[in-house]
Every structure is written in structure tokens, then in C-alpha cells.
Design a protein around this ligand. Structure first.
Ligand code: NI
Ligand code: MN
Length: 226
């Protein structure tokens, strides 16, 4: 399995035979190195409806013929705009051509638009993917919560965790999350894209190591294999 970081909370996961794009926010991210109008994928997995996770989902899904998998309200919202979608909700898992995906709880919100009339888009989620014999947990945007211990049943090979604080866990809570999740490897996400989430991922890596966990910050555009 190959994992490429495209900035913020966006990752491309390449399994044997399928390309899964998580939380595409590329065209709106000045730090991104990929192009939303040329990236290729077969499925798009969305953690929740905030624009910094969904901005490019609809055009990429339509161009690639990719299926969007998301929580019920978010999937319905994008389906009504012409995307092929599959709707789920937290606690539910399903066997897809690429492997098994479960939506997990996340403590956050989920909406689009702002001002006086935000559109609420159901439950925010994490993504628990089993494919190619590996288990990958993308926490989405979330606070720390002790039920991460339940998500970790069966073991986690790779965990992507937000560290930017303000909207999600900060570094210290993300390190405590490692105590619940015990992943073989953790990768930080959701930092430095906007002023309120400026932080130093090296501090997360160092504090994770001090707690006995392996973490590494991926450069934007970098690919790793697990
Ligand atoms: Ni969010
Ligand atoms: Mn976010």
C-alpha cells in the first residue's frame, strides 16, 4: 500500500488495484503541490462536510467517475449535485472493491456554507480502512476521545491524526491519542494550512517518540509505503 500526502488532511492511498483519495482540499490549499484537475482516483472518502475536506471532491469525482463515500447527509448532498455516492454512518462498515471501510465517530461538526444559513451535513466521521492486509485510521477532524481504544481493536498500522489545535486535537492530545490507538506509525495532518492551526509537526514527532510511539511528518507530495 502506498500513501501520498497532498497537504492538510488529504491523502491518496493506492492499494492493489484501487486509488482512494481522502478529503481532497488541493485547489484551495496554497501549500499543495498536486493539481485537483489532474489527480486520478477510483474512490473519494470524506470525513465530514467542511470545505477544507471536500472542496475538490465533486469535480474530481465527476472527472474520474469516482464514487464518493461519506456520511449519509454529506453523501446525499453531493449525490444531488451529480456525483456517484455511497452513504454510510458511524459504526457501519462495508466491503468495497478496495477492501473494508468503517466510518468511526469523531467529535467535531459537519457543515458547508456559513453566515446565517450553513447547511448541516450529518455526523463528522473518521475512516477505518482495511485493505491489502493493512489497517489505516484517518481520524478526520476530531477532539481526543477515549473510545479511540475501540477503534484500535485489531491493531492499526498507520494513523493519520490532526495536530493543528483550535479546530481539532493539538499536539499533546494527539500524543495521548497514540496511547489509545497504539499505531505502528502515526502521521500528523491538519496543521499549518491556515493561521489558526500553525504548529510544529517536529514537536509532535518528538513527543510521540518520548511516549514510545513512532511518528513522522510527511512532506507535501511525499509518498511512503506500508
Ligand atoms: Ni472540520
Ligand atoms: Mn478541517
Amino acid at each position: 500500500m502506498r500513501i501520498t500526502y497532498h497537504g492538510h488532511s488529504c491523502f491518496l492511498i493506492e492499494t492493489t488495484g484501487h486509488r482512494l483519495l481522502i478529503d481532497p482540499f488541493i485547489s484551495g490549499n496554497p501549500l499543495a503541490t498536486a493539481r485537483a484537475d489532474s489527480i486520478e482516483c477510483d474512490f473519494i472518502l470524506l470525513s465530514h462536510g467542511h470545505d477544507d475536506h471536500t472542496l475538490d471532491a465533486l469535480p474530481i469525482a465527476k472527472r474520474c467517475g469516482a464514487t464518493i463515500v461519506a456520511a449519509f447527509e454529506l453523501a446525499e448532498y453531493l449525490g444531488a449535485q451529480g456525483a456517484t455516492v455511497h452513504d454510510m454512518n458511524p459504526g457501519g462498515a462495508r466491503d468495497f472493491p478496495f477492501g473494508r471501510l468503517k466510518l468511526t465517530p469523531a467529535i467535531h461538526s459537519s457543515s458547508t456554507g456559513g453566515g446565517q444559513n450553513p447547511v448541516y451535513l450529518g455526523q463528522p466521521c473518521g475512516l477505518l480502512l482495511k485493505a491489502d492486509g493493512k489497517t489505516v485510521y484517518h481520524a478526520g477532524d476530531t477532539a481526543l476521545f477515549s473510545d479511540m481504544q475501540l477503534i484500535a481493536r485489531g491493531g492499526i498500522d498507520l494513523a493519520m491524526l490532526p495536530i493543528g489545535d483550535n479546530y481539532t486535537m493539538g499536539i499533546d492530545d494527539a500524543v495521548d491519542a497514540l496511547g489509545f490507538l497504539k499505531p505502528a506509525l502515526a502521521v500528523p495532518m491538519h496543521y499549518n494550512t491556515f493561521p489558526p492551526i500553525q504548529t510544529d509537526p517536529a514537536k509532535f514527532v518528538a513527543k510521540a517518540a518520548a511516549a514510545g510511539f513512532k511518528a513522522r511528518a510527511m512532506a507535501i507530495g511525499e509518498t511512503i509505503g506500508i
